[in-house]
Design a protein around this ligand. Structure first.
Ligand SMILES: *Cc1c(COP(=O)(O)O)cnc(C)c1O
Length: 392
């Protein structure tokens, strides 16, 4: 019988009931670089930790299970995972990538991959006819859905149809929703990318990344590449991510609940000119998201009336921390234009609608009343300062 995802976060079926590891309920940290061989031409199954380590392998199996993949590889960061992913491609190859992506991914494509001879078309995959951009040498479509930070929702099934028609790989960065809310492989994607630093780890304390696939040929290439290039996740960090994943379900539910409250609160503010949250029925991607995901996540992007207002919010928040990153138990507020998306060329940033008035909230699991109280207090203070205390 297929188990529910909360159970899969805690129990790896294939490793149950064998009495291994002295019955330890928490998987051991195998802090070793190398492994002694029982004899010449014999191996315990582990030879050197760059190739594989039992703690990392256990984590990889858990993540593969959560995404319904056949293999997952754990990396030292999300960017390490994406950098290795790009090694699937060769000079002369062309990729279709979403125009609105995590800033670090755009930086990698434009400054590293292009230098290595790979060409990119940056297009709005949520609204453009993606098939029109396929060239002779196109090898893959790369998207996030919802995108970071503008929360555009692309139809994964539709993209998968186009990818299959042209023999392309469909790659989906599933960091924002996690396997708890969305499984791109089930919708026809070939590869799922994660920054495990975010919701999978969930505590703003560890960097990690993943590539997950259900294709044997792709998995073989990943295994060869991680052994060869060496960015596999360390044993202790693997254990921290394993520990984070145990509470993925309850964290996702609670942060999503809080996000819905905050999105509605923000909508009622005079100083807020736009609230971009796919859970709002007015969001253009709301219906697509309902078809392909089990939730809307806990990331909210919103626009303020002015740059001054946005900066003042960042200056005044206290419990809500002004920091980059997302997906942890603590609520964070980010200024994409100077933080996560600072290295994205200005014309792309502006075209995507990221301005000096744009803020991004990663809603955590605090008592939502305290989050609303803090924002209410901060907004009132700023309105007093900017508009001379005149009440609207
Ligand atoms: C953070 C992030 C990354 C990069 O991951 P790191 O762990 O910071 O290297 C990639 N994609 C998305 C959507 C992200 O939010």
């Amino acid at each position: 019988m297929a188990r529910g995802i909360e159970t899969k976060c805690l129990h790896l079926e294939e490793e149950e009931g064998c009495g291994g590891n002295y019955g330890a309920v928490s998987y051991p940290i195998y802090q070793t670089a190398t492994y002694a061989h029982p004899g010449v031409g014999k191996s315990t199954g582990y030879d050197y930790s760059r190739l594989q380590n039992p703690t990392r392998e256990h984590l990889e199996k858990v993540v593969a299970t959560l995404e319904n993949g056949t293999d997952a590889v754990a990396f030292s960061s999300g960017m390490a995972a994406i950098a290795l992913l790009m090694e699937l491609f060769a000079p002369g190859d062309h990729l279709i990538v979403d125009a609105d992506l995590y800033g670090g991914s755009i930086r990698l494509f434009q400054n590293v991959s292009e230098k290595n001879g790979i060409a990119f078309s940056h297009i709005d995959c949520y609204r453009e006819d993606v098939g029109r951009y396929v060239r002779e040498n196109t090898k893959a479509i790369y998207v996030e859905t919802p995108t970071n930070p503008m929360m555009h929702v692309a139809d994964i099934r539709e993209l998968s149809g186009i990818a299959k028609e042209h023999g392309l790989l469909l790659i989906v960065d599933n960091t924002f929703l996690t396997p708890y809310f969305q499984n791109p492989l089930d919708l026809g994607a070939d590869i799922v990318v994660h920054s495990g630093t975010k919701y999978l780890g969930g505590h703003n304390d560890t960097l990690a990344g993943f590539l997950v696939t259900n294709r044997e040929d792709v998995s073989e290439k990943f295994r060869f590449l991680v052994k060869t290039t060496g960015a596999g996740l360390a044993p202790f960090d693997s254990w921290l991510i394993l520990r984070g994943i145990k509470t993925l379900g309850v964290r996702m539910e609670k942060s999503q609940q809080n996000a819905a409250v905050l999105a509605n609160w923000l909508k009622g503010q005079k100083a807020v000119t736009d609230v971009i949250y796919p859970g709002l029925p007015t969001h253009p991607g709301h219906e697509t998201m309902k078809k392909q995901a089990r939730g809307f996540g806990a990331m909210i992007t919103f626009q303020l009336e002015s740059r001054e207002f946005a900066l003042a919010v960042l200056e005044k928040v206290r419990m809500i921390r002004f920091a980059e990153s997302l997906g942890g138990v603590e609520t964070l507020i980010t200024y994409p234009t100077t933080q996560t998306h600072a290295d994205v060329p200005e014309e792309i940033r502006e075209r995507n609608g990221i301005t000096e008035c744009t803020l991004r909230l990663s809603v955590g699991i605090e008592d939502v009343k305290d989050l609303v109280d803090e924002l209410e207090h901060v907004f009132q203070e700023i309105e007093g300062e900017l508009h001379g205390g005149k009440k609207s």
